[in-house]
Design a protein around this ligand. Sequence first.
Ligand SMILES: *Cc1c(COP(=O)(O)O)cnc(C)c1O
Length: 426
Amino acid sequence: MTSNADLFARAQQVIPGGVNSPVRAFRSVGGTPRFFTRGAGARVWDIEDKSYLDYVGSWGPLIAGHAHPKVIDAVVRAASKGLSFGAPTEAEVEIAERLCRLTPSLEQARLVSSGTEATMSAIRLARGYTGRNLLVKFEGCYHGHSDSLLVKAGSGLLTFGNPSSGGVPKEIARCTCALPYNDVESLEKFFRAQGDEVAALIVEPIAGNMNLVIPDAEFLESARSLTQKHGAILIFDEVMTGFRVGISSAQGLFGITPDLSTFGKVIGGGMPLAAFGGRRNIMEKISPQGSVYQAGTLSGNPVAVAAGLATLEIIEEPGFYEVLSARAKLLCEGLNRAAQRQNLPFCAQSIGGMFGLYFMPAVPRSFADVLCADTTAFRQFFHAMLDAGHYFAPSAFEAGFVSAAHSEDDLSATLTAAERVFAELS
Ligand SMILES: *Cc1c(COP(=O)(O)O)cnc(C)c1O
């Protein structure tokens, strides 16, 4: 039988670092990445045929669990009719209608193939619309890997200790200002000084790329009012939170209407699909109507759209989010109780179907807080849980995910394992 280690050695010969996305390489926790062969419901199997309860869910998309029969069926049906046309299809119209119906701030949406493309395009659009260059983002927020957005960009970069990426021209990085997350005062100060130069403010309305950080409502409210006052575009990057924290996403939970929003992950149900959208008078600046160019050979790919539509149908079933939220809460409350019994400086919290595990005494409120986590304790927890068949994200700076396929029994099994691991840690 091929082992994970053998395959990783082979992979490193022909793929940089052996992986096609850096955090997969286990660099921050050490050890060998698992090579998966299949998934079903809440479980995945690696190439050594060991199974794991999966709390990564492909980093968020798999809200219905692995290989959900309705999603797979939709994909197979779509694929059998052809993989791509490079011409419009009815299903693209349906998914755009559905996104606009579920998200009141969206009057129009354009489909793309990754979250990176969605945020990059939304920013170009905001710059084209306002005729300004300056971009405001927040420390620890990740918005994909386009040049303008790789400044103080959260987990992936944090894991490797670089504030920002190599290969990004200083001239481009200079157009991006990174402010502290969840800090109203510095936001107000910045806008007082330079608000009229700002094309767009982009924010994860609930941060999920520096572990999970839930901001104060006041922070997002001031982002809304300051951008409005200064004629800048407010972009909510809901690539992770969209349809993950609730049916109306983070903007629905906070009752805030951004000008533009980006989606990805859940809306593709595990296929490469993402979108950006918002107010009609902004969206109509995009080509072919407007002068802001944006395009994609595989945009709105019929197989990806089929997976997305099937996933959106599942999450619209009555009670879906009640069950999902209750499951995530059950996990976090159980972990909190187990840690308390051991007097371990650990806490956990969830919102909708996402959660944060923190090796520190209190829930973090900012990027600076997040950096105080005990990464050594996390590493020990991660590997002990992995050995016991519970797959958490291989970094202390990532959010976790439950799916609707995680049963109460699954969660109990994870809690039992965690209880033992916490006892060893304390
Ligand atoms: C994952 C993510 C992205 C990037 O999406 P990709 O599909 O990986 O390009 C952008 N923004 C946020 C908030 C994300 O979580």
